[in-house]
Design a protein around this ligand. Structure first.
Ligand code: SUD
Ligand code: ADP
Length: 282
């Protein structure tokens, strides 16, 4: 097997609480990550000359900064393998939208190359490597919806409901560092247990970044206010995407169609296991 074509799914933060700030400035979080069936697609072709080659560039991202190139180099270095890879990424997920596409692309690279290069790293080892690339990489490496703590790396698998989500990208780009630096950000939410999060009603199912993000980006506030007329709606991550859950596909498609004035809209199904892991049988 010298070529693998694999999905890199997106995630939603069904809730996101900020519980504190570490001495290094990073914020401690509690979040419920849900994997969804909206995916990028990555084709990895093994090569024996050690070269890591990217065939299609992402506009605005230097090749050496592309998370799939960084993930492949990291794994090559960690394993000492002399093998290389040609990487072809079909990008469907909006960048910087809080859907975790870049992190998921990196995770698919790590998990896919582990198979292609026959390295036998465990998922825990790959997740630890992936954390160097971004806080959201470990959940995609483990491939299950999860309760996350710390900066998102302390994971407990969780089984969530699997509704159809309407996701709207209001077309603005959110600066994650600016949101986390905002003096008005709520950063003292009381830590809760996973059981409480899963049972919790509307008061727990909130995103602490939302107030600050709505103030800074009126287009996001407008999309949230509009979507909230149809179902309870929230921001994912630090945005820019907002989402709401529906219990049937038809209603979700009707709402997504009507969302056009507020941005690009998608319908995606909530999942508990990652299509990446389904594809590899792991
Ligand atoms: C908050 C989440 C939830 O999923 O947002 P999204 O990225 O998905 O929107 C993520 O954990 C984001 O993690 P990650 O994507 O690795 O964050 P980065 O872009 O590297 O963070 C940019 C900057 O935001 C701040 N930052 C980020 C994460 C965190 N837990 N505390 C922070 O204070 C830091 O200043 C950091 O330098
Ligand atoms: N393969 C990649 N796909 C997406 N973004 C990437 C990739 N490689 C590097 N990046 C950079 O990572 C940033 C965050 O990407 P992404 O994970 O899509 O957003 P978010 O963290 O908001 O969910 C992008 O704005 C881009 O500059």
């Amino acid at each position: 097997m010298s070529t693998l074509t694999l999905p890199a799914p997106a995630k939603l933060n069904r809730l996101l609480h900020i519980t504190g700030r570490r001495p290094d400035g990073y914020h401690t979080l509690q979040t419920l990550f849900q994997i969804i069936d909206l995916c990028d697609q990555l084709t990895l072709t093994a090569r024996d000359d050690g070269v890591i080659q990217l065939v299609n560039r992402i506009s605005g991202v230097a090749d050496d900064d592309n998370l799939i190139v960084r993930a492949a180099k990291l794994l090559q270095q960690a394993s000492g393998t002399r093998q290389g890879v040609t990487l072809a990424l079909e990008k469907k997920l909006p960048m910087g939208g809080g859907l975790g596409g870049g992190s998921s692309d990196a995770a698919t690279t790590l998990v896919g190359l582990n198979t292609l290069w026959q390295l036998a790293f465990s998922l825990d080892e790959l997740a630890t490597l992936g954390l160097q690339l971004g806080a959201d990489v470990p959940v995609f490496v483990h491939g299950h919806s999860a309760w996350a703590e710390g900066v998102g790396e302390q994971l407990t698998s969780a089984t969530l409901d699997t509704p159809w989500f309407v996701i709207i990208h209001p077309g603005v780009s959110v600066s994650t560092p600016a949101v986390f630096q905002d003096p008005q950000l709520t950063r003292d939410s009381r830590p809760i247990t996973m059981a409480r999060a899963l049972q919790g009603g509307a008061s727990e199912w909130r995103n602490d970044c939302e107030t600050v993000v709505k103030q800074r980006y009126p287009a996001i506030a407008e999309a949230l206010d509009w979507l909230s007329q149809h179902a309870p709606s929230r921001l994912t991550g630090t945005g820019a995407c907002v989402f709401a859950a529906f219990n049937n596909a038809q209603t979700a498609h009707t709402v997504a169609k009507a969302a056009a004035p507020y941005g690009s809209a998608w319908v995606a199904r909530g999942l508990n296991t990652s299509p990446l892991h389904d594809a590899l049988g792991c």
